[in-house]
Design a protein around this ligand. Sequence first.
Ligand SMILES: Nc1ncnc2c1ncn2[C@@H]1O[C@H](COP(=O)(O)OP(=O)(O)OP(=O)(O)O)[C@@H](O)[C@H]1O
Ligand SMILES: [Mg+2]
Length: 228
Amino acid sequence: MSNEVVLELRQLCKVFEPDTPRALQVLFDIDLQLRAGELTALVGPSGSGKSTLLNLMGLLDTPSKGELLIQGQATAALDDTRRTALRAHHIGFVFQFHHLIGAFNVLDNVLMPLMLQQGKPNQEQLEYAHYLLEAVGLADLAQRSAKALSGGQQQRVAIARALVNRPALLLADEPTGNLDTQTADEVFTLFEQFNRETGCATLIVTHDPLLSARCPRTISMLDGRIVS
Ligand SMILES: Nc1ncnc2c1ncn2[C@@H]1O[C@H](COP(=O)(O)OP(=O)(O)OP(=O)(O)O)[C@@H](O)[C@H]1O
Ligand SMILES: [Mg+2]
């Protein structure tokens, strides 16, 4: 397995509402590398900065200081268009709430990142989307409206959607936080499977010690710092 560094953080800081009386520093000098093939849990108490860190990693937000490299490419100085393109090509994101589009069917939700990026998907991409739906056990529901699915099914669609662009980096913020224990276990197994099959560096925020224990690497945060 390649051990290429997919994501590197150097001295990353985040301050919300800087230069105001409400200024709040949430991340302090974070140094971190994630490598291809790694499956990592990110844990820590509520408010310790996990989601803030994930949003920075996913290029959904910008750091106040420091540098963030995706596959060796520095991102801090990029404009929005370039950041969006980088995100579209290299990163998959799964949220606690799936954010599917209820009015669209399951297949179109999976294809959404490609449609936004390039318009109509090509044949190979379409086949991969079908493959992913089969892998998450939803092949039969491809044409079903997304709003007519259970919570666990919707989260499976969200995972397929996050993988459709074959990301080098997969980020998931409490993807099982909303699911019952058995469904959470099944969804987590999908992350393990895709991590193995695609070699994408995978980082999962979870409050569940049983799930984090299944990851070969665990990163713990406390008060905006990585403590182990
Ligand atoms: N947009 C924002 N503006 C101001 N403060 C924010 C903003 N987003 C988060 N914070 C603050 O940053 C701190 C870290 O929040 P964050 O959401 O990263 O924590 P978390 O570790 O993900 O917690 P949880 O486990 O509850 O999801 C908290 O004190 C929070 O109130
Ligand atoms: Mg959070």
